[in-house]
Write a protein of this length. Structure first.
Length: 329
């Protein structure tokens, strides 16, 4: 893999795929800018190299349509403050308006494109959308570790058609960390996996089964496993197309004698809303019409006990949904 510091970026148009999928409140205010700050070393390196710096990211799940609450305009304002430099914002990510914005940049300037997921092609392996993005730049940099496993256009299709590409400093740091912990872990090694979808974690789960001693499954993805194992899930999120995959993962873990832990209780509600009434129920008693939103206190105690004597932990994805946070992994 080539890293950003191995390239000459001077007088180049550099496209950085970032992960600015930060938590926001109902008014769109940023609640935690950690993901933005983590990308600053890569951005500053490009600015110092006198490149035209074109930043791109997704936020939330707008389903291919423009939705003001998922706009990245507030991210551009936060970036301007953190960089002590104006980060211009353009109200799209492809098209003539964006091309003109890039053309008008000086080398050393920074431009943030609007949410990639406002385009229907982003969450698909869309070569035409990739070609439109490619028109904007000379060098592709991936610094979005959190979404690099997805077959989305900006992280999967686009790099395939780029001759000059590299990993940013954040991606380099994460790859180095995971390589070290997975190749030579202090055992027992435990993987904690959460998030909404089994489909986005398939390759990671299969790879981890060959390396870890225990696996904890949480987040909404657990309900696909539960349904596959004929357990009640109420109205919880489930990926019916991946029931057989979940069964296969579970069987493979059993065959390798890898202990797989699931939540034993859940915080449930009739809808995802900060005003909705919640209650805690055992895993086998989720009522009809209710959905699991988070792991319960008994699950927290169980997972704490499981992790207590571990030597290493690999954690990917949240255990539950926070209603005020629109960015759900």
């Amino acid at each position: 893999m080539i890293y950003i510091n191995e390239l000459n970026l001077t007088n180049k148009r550099v496209f950085i795929r970032c992960d600015f999928n930060v938590p926001i409140d109902e008014e769109g205010n940023i609640m935690d800018d950690k993901r933005i700050r983590e990308t600053l070393p890569t951005i500053n390196y490009c600015i110092d190299s006198k490149a035209k710096v074109i930043l791109a990211s997704h936020m939330g799940r707008p389903k291919g349509k423009k939705d003001p609450k998922y706009s990245l305009i507030n991210v551009s304002k936060r970036l301007s403050r953190l960089l002590n430099k104006e980060v211009k914002f353009v109200d799209s990510c492809v098209g003539d308006e964006v091309k003109k914005a890039v053309e008008s940049m000086n080398y050393g300037d920074c431009l943030l494109l609007e949410n990639l997921r406002f385009q229907e092609g982003e969450e698909k392996d869309d070569i035409e959308f990739a070609k439109k993005l490619k028109e904007l730049f000379d060098v592709y940099i991936n610094d979005a570790f959190g979404v690099s496993h997805r077959k989305h256009t900006s992280v999967y299709t686009l790099p395939k058609i780029c001759e000059v590409k590299a990993a940013g400093f954040l991606l380099k740091k994460e790859i180095t960390y995971f390589s070290r912990i997975l190749d030579n872990p202090v055992r027992p090694l435990i993987a904690v996996l959460g998030g909404a979808k089994v489909s986005s974690k398939i390759e990671a789960v299969y790879n981890l089964i060959d390396k870890v001693d225990k696996i904890i499954i949480g987040g909404a993805m657990v309900f696909t496993f539960f349904k596959a194992l004929n357990l009640s899930i109420g109205n919880s999120l489930v990926e019916n197309d991946y029931l057989e995959t979940a069964k296969d993962i579970y069987k493979k873990a059993q065959d390798k004698k890898i202990k797989m832990y699931f939540p034993v209780d859940f915080v449930v509600s009739e809808k995802i809303d900060e005003k909705s009434v919640t209650k805690i129920v055992p895993y086998q008693e989720i009522p009809d019409g209710y959905m699991g939103l988070d792991v319960g206190p008994a699950s927290c105690r169980l997972f704490e006990e499981v992790m207590h004597d571990c030597g290493s932990i690999v954690w990917n994805g949240p255990m539950g949904v926070r209603p005020l946070v629109h960015s759900i992994l």
